[in-house]
Every structure is written in C-alpha cells, then in structure tokens.
Design a protein around this ligand. Structure first.
Ligand code: 13P
Ligand code: SF4
Length: 317
C-alpha cells in the first residue's frame, strides 16, 4: 500500500511527464517503487536501444551515470536528466582515461571492446561497446584471429574468454557488488535449499560463476526464472532485479545471494540506490541535474555504441 505522499509524488511525476514530453527509463537495480513508475525498465542493452528510439524531448534516467551518458550519446538532441550526479559506478571508476590510453598503447594491434559500464571518455577510445547481454556475441562476431583488448570488468572478460577462446587482454576492474558475493554463503544456502538453482551475473568472480546453474545479464536472469521449470533461485546479482522476478511469478522463491560482509542479507549497489522518487520529482520539475558532454567526446563515443547496436540488431539481440 502506498502512502498519501507517495501517491502525490506519482501524480506529480505523471503530470510533469505529460507537460514536458518526458519519459523515465529505469534499470532493474532501481528500487521497486521507481521501477513501477518508469515508462521502460530494462538491462543496459535494452535501455540503450530504448534511448535511441523514442519520441520524448526529455529522458529522465533512473540508473547510474554511465547509463545516462549512453542515452545522451545516442540521443544528443534530447535533454537527459540524472536525478543524482553522484550515482556513479565502481567498475566505471576503475578505468580512468589516462591509464586506459597507456594500456591501449602497451597492447597495440588489438580491437578495443569496452563494456558499457565505462565513462564517455573510455567509450571514445574504444572500437566497439558491449553489454553483458551481448558481450560473447560481439566478440564472436569478429574474425577468429582478431586480437582483443577488453575493459574494464575482469570477470565478464574472463567469462567471455572462457566461452569464446579468443585472444584477449583484459583490464583488471571489478564491480563492488558482484565481487562481494560469498561462495561459502551461497553453498550453505544451496544445502539448505537443495532444489534452488544458483543464477549468477557474469560480473561475479570465477568461483561463484563455477557453481552457477545459469549465468547471464539481468534480463537473461529474469527470463531464466520465468521460463525454467524450477521454483527456487539463489540470485547472485544486485537485489533490485528480484522485484521484476516476483512481478513475473510471485509463486516462485528468490533468495538474494549474500555478500561476504553481510549485515542485511542482500547485495545492493549503493550508487543505484542514490536515486529516489523524491529526487525524480525535483529533477523533472527543475530539469536538472542534466547530462552534458563535450561534443567531440560524444561524437567519438557514439561510433562504438552504434556499432554494438548494429551487431546486436543483426543478431536479433
Ligand atoms: P546488465 O546490463 O546485465 O543489466 O548489467 C548492468 C550492471 O551494471 C551490472 O552490474
Ligand atoms: Fe556499477 Fe556494480 Fe553498480 Fe552495476 S552494480 S552499476 S557494475 S557498481
């Protein structure tokens, strides 16, 4: 049950969206109340696809900065708003442009594939962008002898390398949420719930990926719980996705994978959780904070993202 102030906030958001021809795009890691007021909820790939094809004048991004920047790069003539500019990403932060330039220089002759969880500057230095939904397919779309430089997530990179066997040099970055899952706690949960399936995001460390029944992006994990015949899942990704899993099938049980240092029993991205409904109301009202990018960086970052979208479209992803 929503409180009266929550109802008023929702009415105000609806009014502002109509008045300003705005849409709200939200990632699966947002809180349930935000996912429920969004016009579109998805993983990074689907959100990029949506950002590049809509008729709104304003996109309010309920997610983190690299996602809002990607929307701005794909829709430069639209106003893109992010309700809290501190909503960053530990993975994106692990790869700074100055250091990345040196890494590229030290590994010449390689096609640079960067995960979408990067700043616009890193995208501008890349040949192709990928998300966790298409990383394997993007790599496989290249000739077999093509040498690859992959950044910034070492776990996703490792997962792709194991799947494809390609020649890959991988940047040593991680996400603070996904590297924290406790293998011991997951195995204990599995013993307590022997029928539960362990489902894991590829940003998780190798030992956790090794015990997985299924590995995939947030949308793939959601689809797996919908299509699978089982009825209990230990979910090793940010706990926000469980909101959609319950909405899709409330009869099944979803157990959040516990982090090593577990005080709450679930794993949350503290950057994602900086966005609140109240901040969304103010952001829509004041039309700020707004994503602003250097034109040259924007245009250079656009090319590798469009290349990803073209490959994805060809492959029906
Ligand atoms: P997805 O693209 O799978 O939604 O992942 C985004 C992300 O930030 C994972 O931590
Ligand atoms: Fe970045 Fe990790 Fe948060 Fe995803 S969960 S946005 S990778 S910090």
């Amino acid at each position: 049950m929503r409180s009266q102030s929550q109802e008023l906030n929702i009415l105000e958001i609806e009014r502002l969206k109509k008045e300003k021809n705005a849409i709200i795009l939200a990632h699966y890691y947002q809180t349930g109340d935000i996912q429920d007021i969004a016009d579109f909820v998805g993983d990074s790939l689907a959100l990029s696809q949506k950002a590049s094809s809509n008729s709104a004048d304003i996109i309010l991004f309920a997610g983190v900065k690299f996602m809002a920047e990607t929307a701005k790069i794909l829709a430069p003539d639209k106003k893109v708003l992010l309700p809290d500019m501190n909503a960053g990403c530990s993975l994106a932060d692990s790869c700074k442009a100055e250091d990345f330039k040196i890494f590229i220089k030290d590994n010449p002759g390689r096609t640079v594939i960067s995960y979408v969880n990067t700043s616009a500057e890193i995208k501008a230095l890349s040949d192709i962008i990928c998300t966790s939904s298409n990383a394997v397919e993007i790599v496989e779309s290249l000739p077999e002898d093509e040498k690859i430089l992959f950044a910034p997530d070492r776990n996703l990179g490792n997962y792709v390398l194991n799947k494809t066997g390609r020649d890959m040099v991988i940047w040593n970055g991680t996400c603070h949420v996904h590297e924290e899952f406790s293998l011991e706690a997951i195995i204990r949960l599995k013993k307590e719930n022997p029928k539960a399936k362990i489902i894991v995001h590829p940003e998780c460390e190798m030992p956790v990926r090794m015990v997985a029944d299924f590995i995939g992006s947030t949308s793939a994990l959601l689809a797996f719980t919908q299509n699978d015949k089982g009825n209990c899942y230990i979910v090793a990704t940010e706990a926000g996705i469980i909101h959609q899993m319950i909405k899709a099938n409330s009869k099944k049980t979803y157990i959040p994978g516990p982090p090593v240092d577990s005080t709450c029993g679930c794993s949350e991205c503290n950057f994602m959780k900086l966005i609140t409904v109240e901040k969304i109301v103010n952001c829509l009202k004041n039309e700020e904070p707004e994503i602003k990018l250097n034109r040259d960086i924007l245009l250079r970052a656009q090319k590798p993202i469009l290349r990803m979208l073209e490959i994805s479209e060809k492959l029906g992803l």
